[in-house]
Design a protein around this ligand. Structure first.
Ligand SMILES: [Zn+2]
Length: 282
């Protein structure tokens, strides 16, 4: 597989998606049972291979950090095996109310998966919480916290996880490292507010939704700050397009140069701008 397995702790692994594709995390309890965090049906073989390579005997829970297809389309696969799927009420609500058309749209290029997984469809989480909850395995305590400021930040379901025993913080898509974020499902002002308390968080390893994991709190803080500054700058520029002071091309050029020149997933910039301006899908 193109992705790499990053060992974030003694019993924590992250499947780092290639070129900024989605990350999935595996937290392994004493005895080999595991909590899987996010799964994409298009990459289910990678997830299975990673579970095998990390010596996990079974998945006890699947957690969805938020509702987006690349984090939740694997739900169907695990529901078939009666594995509980944990997510925020916000995530479950967004999937119920808006997830159907998005699922169909995302499946179009990979329609062969309907043959491989008969009945494949949007599958909602079945264990939901509103503000916070705890998921445990022997030797593992995971604190889940709902972080979608005013109900809508990067998404409507944004949840972070903290693995207490190994001091690992999993930020979901509130944080992207080394790649341009996807903002077109989000509310940027709320996202900026949601990021503020995260800058103060404690951890030894930080896991973003996309991009490489980060070692240590100091480096982590600088990534949270970069994320915040990126979104603030981008939002200011979107407002300039709206008021006619800047063109879409000017803003795209700005977001692809200077401090942002090295970021991957550059195609997201144009999509983010287009969606903000037109409200339409690209
Ligand atoms: Zn997302």
């Amino acid at each position: 597989m193109d992705s790499t397995i990053h060992q974030a702790g003694k019993s924590a692994y992250v499947i780092i998606g290639p070129r900024g594709a989605t990350n999935f995390a595996i937290i392994k309890g004493a005895g080999g049972a595991a909590v899987l965090i996010d799964a994409d049906i298009r990459r289910i073989d990678e997830v299975e291979e990673a579970l095998r390579l990390t010596g996990c005997s079974e998945v006890k829970y699947l957690v969805n950090t938020h509702e987006h297809f690349d984090h939740t389309s694997g739900n169907f696969y695990f529901r078939r095996r009666d594995i509980p799927i944990v997510a925020s009420v916000g995530c479950a609500g967004a999937m119920r109310d808006e997830g159907g058309p998005d699922f169909v749209r995302m499946m179009k290029p990979v329609a062969e998966l309907y043959d491989r997984f008969p009945g494949l469809s949007l599958t909602l989480p079945d264990v939901v919480f509103s503000e916070r909850t705890t998921v445990t395995l022997p030797g593992v305590t995971l604190y889940l916290e709902y972080r979608a400021e005013n109900g809508h930040s990067h998404s409507k379901g944004d949840t972070t996880l903290y693995f207490e025993e190994e001091e690992i913080f999993i930020a979901g898509d509130l944080l992207y490292t080394e790649v341009h974020p996807v903002t077109f499902f989000g509310n940027i002002p709320n996202w900026l507010t949601a990021l503020k308390p995260l800058v103060q968080n404690h951890y030894k390893q930080l896991v973003p939704g996309h991009g490489p994991a980060v070692e240590g709190e100091q480096a982590g803080r600088s990534y949270f700050k970069k994320m915040h500054d990126y979104l603030e700058d981008f939002y200011g520029n979107l407002k300039e397009i709206e008021s006619g002071r800047k063109s879409q091309e000017d803003v795209a050029k700005h977001m692809l140069s200077g401090a942002y020149a090295g970021l991957g997933k550059t195609r997201m910039v144009e999509r983010n701008i287009n969606h903000f301006i037109t409200g339409r899908w690209f």
